[in-house]
Design a binder for this molecule. Structure first.
Ligand SMILES: Nc1ncnc2c1ncn2[C@@H]1O[C@H](COP(=O)(O)OP(=O)(O)OP(=O)(O)O)[C@@H](O)[C@H]1O
Ligand SMILES: [Mg+2]
Length: 289
């Protein structure tokens, strides 16, 4: 197992009047080479888990294992996590601090002392992976970029560090529909790189239902459900209790159950919904002619 959290607790500002309990005995596993979604309502503890996985917080109490090793053990070198995990933080725009795009994206490779020619190749490849042509963008000033472009530069900066694990914390929040579509396509392309582990944090299911291999649902700092996308879609009442909306296709399927009781509601997209409709509403069933 890549990461394993066992009964992990975390309280911010502990022992002060402002104490905020974020994790209350959270246990979950994150297998490698998969795309895993962490879904939960606001303040459920998702970003706290991200900080733990990035080695920025320590479980207290509780245990975090990385490749089977307890990260709190004195012999554990946190550098192992820091060199394998790349994080696109919530509001990644604030991850950009260099003056030009080229300098910003090359920050990681240079810190790792990657030779110049190799660093240039990584910067070019990372910028092109996020849809920003290298020649056009490398000398642009970062402050003059649009919101969507800044987010893509932040992602390119993470890609250029060649992490084996990439965490995206609500990466589509605040993007317009085309920005969201582009970002999700990028993540689908990254998924093709089979060695990568992608951890995608989201407050809803829409972004993740078609890309996740496994979904963990969090509420109030605990794991409340876990399984592949279809299994999660079958838990409509739990999702409603948490105020997590069903994706469009599944929600239409659920509504159509009134007319077609046998229709599957665990459809991942509109194409699957259409197939179900053809099956259940064909002239031979006599419902629709
Ligand atoms: N730096 C902090 N200082 C104090 N309390 C914090 C801090 N960060 C998070 N919290 C609190 O911890 C709890 C969990 O927050 P966290 O940010 O992990 O949730 P989240 O699921 O990422 O929420 P969101 O969907 O709003 O991003 C919340 O009650 C939050 O107010
Ligand atoms: Mg968060």
């Amino acid at each position: 197992m890549l990461f394993e959290l066992k009964n992990v607790h975390h309280t911010y500002l502990r022992d002060t009047p402002f104490a905020q309990v974020a994790l209350r005995g959270l246990s979950l596993s994150l297998p490698e080479h998969q795309t895993i979604a962490l879904v939960g309502p606001t303040r459920s503890g998702k970003s706290t888990v991200v900080d733990l996985l990035a080695g920025l917080l320590k479980p207290a109490p509780g245990t975090l294992f990385f490749e089977g090793d307890d990260v709190a053990a004195p012999s554990f070198d946190l550098e192992r996590i820091r060199s394998s995990v790349g994080v696109v933080f919530q509001s990644p725009e604030s991850q950009i601090f260099e003056e030009t795009v080229g300098k910003d994206v090359s920050f990681g490779p240079q810190r790792k002392k990657v030779p110049l020619a190799e660093s240039r190749r990584l910067v070019k490849e990372s910028l092109e992976a996020v849809g920003l042509p290298y020649e056009d963008f490398r000398t642009r000033y970062t402050y003059a970029l649009s919101g969507g472009q800044r987010r893509r530069v932040a992602i390119a900066g993470v890609l250029a560090m060649q992490p084996e694990i990439i965490i995206f914390d609500e990466p589509t929040a605040g993007l317009d529909p085309s920005g969201r579509h582009e970002l999700l396509s990028l993540i689908k392309r990254l998924k093709q790189r089979h060695h990568l582990t992608i951890i995608y944090v989201s407050s809803g299911l829409d972004d993740v239902i078609e890309i996740a291999d496994l979904i963990h649902v969090l509420d109030q700092g605990r794991l409340v459900s876990s399984g592949p996308p279809r299994a999660i879609l079958q838990q409509a009442s739990l999702l409603a209790d948490l105020d997590i909306a069903l994706p469009e296709a599944a929600s239409i399927a659920l509504a159509l159950r009134e007319i077609f009781p046998a229709i599957r509601t665990d459809v991942l997209n509109l194409a699957e919904l259409e197939e179900e409709l053809v099956k259940h509403a064909s002239p031979t069933t006599g419902h629709i002619t």
